[in-house]
Design a protein around this ligand. Structure first.
Ligand code: AMP
Length: 281
């Protein structure tokens, strides 16, 4: 596995592959690599000749009071895991090089970035869209791999790629979960033992709502009530939102076709999200 912090090296290596006619898949991450990230790498490798991964805790997507400083950065472990997962090139940008003094441009995807996560985290998705566009400009992959775990992020990036004619195919991979259903996340490391035990509430709530959907329930209000009823059994879980939205992340009163059930909650100092896609069946 090649490893660099320089954009120029990434460009040079990828250009060399391109001259040989090789295709490239790209997996951007913030590190603290877990099986969710590795599933993206595996999929990227299955569909392309070479895989580029990036590890960059992007300062632009954190609000001042958020966890940028304490976000886990186990660099050696991340390198080992990504190498073992057969990443060909690991890009570890340095913040001061990636965002040199005077950097001012932000990518804002109107309407999609200020609901759900965006309502709780103003400016977050402008930071995400900006970093992803910059990464794509340098790597120039055939495919960009994103996790369904961050469904809103994936939707925003898909929209940005389409709107700005970025020549890349955006692909989503399903959420990888712990045995009890908790979605893998670098932020799970913030949970105490008891909080970890109760964190399963997010998925249990979504599963309960899915059971009701399967039974024919279509009222968004009642589906949200189902999630909240489950959460009442987990006193450490403090709701941030429970939402039923359409493909464009707009709230639904009734589920008539495809829908996304999205939830966010705080447990201690962790803020966790999860979601469930409903395809009408
Ligand atoms: P992050 O390092 O949290 O920025 O995530 C990097 C990529 O991995 C994003 O596309 C995430 O959606 C994806 N990802 C994070 N957690 C999971 C998971 N549990 N299952 C699948 N993909 C994930």
């Amino acid at each position: 596995m090649l490893r660099t912090h320089r954009a120029s090296t990434v460009r040079r290596v990828v250009a060399g592959w391109r001259r040989r006619g090789l295709t490239v898949g790209f997996v951007p991450t913030m590190g603290a690599i877990h099986a969710g990230h590795l599933s993206l790498v595996e999929r990227a490798a299955r569909h392309a000749d070479r895989v580029v991964a990036s590890v960059f805790v992007n300062p632009l997507q954190f609000a001042p009071h958020e966890d940028y400083r304490r976000y886990p950065r186990p660099a050696q472990r991340d390198r080992r895991l990504l190498r073992a997962a057969s990443v060909d090139l690991l890009w570890e940008p340095r913040a001061a090089e990636f965002y040199p003094a005077g950097h001012r441009t932000r990518v804002k995807v109107e309407g999609l970035g200020d609901v759900l996560e965006g309502a709780s985290r103003p400016g977050h998705f402008a930071g995400v869209a900006t970093v992803v566009l910059k990464l794509l400009q340098v790597v120039g992959p055939d495919a960009l791999w994103l996790g369904q775990k961050d469904a809103q992020q994936a939707r925003i990036i898909e929209r940005m790629v389409q709107d700005l004619d970025v020549p890349v195919r955006v692909r989503r991979a399903p959420t990888v979960r712990e045995r009890d259903g908790l979605a893998l996340s670098s932020r799970n490391a913030y949970l105490s033992r008891e909080e970890r035990r109760q964190a399963v509430a997010l998925w249990r709530g979504l599963e309960a709502a899915r059971a009701r959907l399967r039974a024919g329930e279509r009222s968004a209000a009642r589906l949200k009530a189902v999630v909240r009823r489950v959460w009442r059994e987990y006193p450490r879980v403090r709701e941030d939102y429970v939402a039923v939205v359409d493909r464009d992340l707009q709230p639904l009163a009734r589920v008539r076709g495809p829908a996304l059930l999205a939830v966010a909650a705080r447990l201690g100092r962790a803020r966790l999200i999860d979601n469930l896609e409903w395809n009408g069946r």
